[in-house]
Design a binder for this molecule. Structure first.
Ligand SMILES: [Zn+2]
Length: 121
């Protein structure tokens, strides 16, 4: 349900080149550190100028509906003209399928944003 909603929102998102003119691509590397010890695979996403600027990524824990929102971080990197920005985000979701087993997720995601502008060429 949550994933379906996100998929819909992605199709409605504006394009990278509309929101961040002058950017050629945004490279996003996500590394997850789970205090509970459950491994989650690293992820890598690259958004190009013609891509939808959808900067929210679902928590990789299957029972968690949390997400990592990176729009504000990309905004900041663009405003500060930093090419690489590394930030730790903590999942604010809840994991567990039933109410009695639910616990705060708190999965930590180290996000590395690499911005490439058209001027870099
Ligand atoms: Zn989570």
């Amino acid at each position: 349900m949550q994933r379906e909603r996100m998929r819909l929102e992605r199709t409605r998102a504006r394009l990278v080149r509309e929101i961040y003119p002058g950017l050629e691509s945004i490279d996003i590397a996500l590394r997850f550190k789970d205090p509970g010890g459950m491994p989650a695979s690293d992820q890598r996403h690259t958004l190009f100028a013609a891509s939808r600027a959808f900067l929210r990524f679902p928590c990789p824990i299957a029972s968690c509906v949390g997400e990592f929102a990176l729009q504000a971080e990309v905004d900041r990197a663009v405003a500060e003209r930093t090419a690489t920005r590394v930030v730790d985000l903590r999942c604010s979701g809840v994991r567990g399928y039933t109410e009695s087993t639910q616990t705060p997720c708190e999965l930590v995601c180290t996000c590395t944003l690499t911005l490439r502008s058209t001027r870099d060429r």
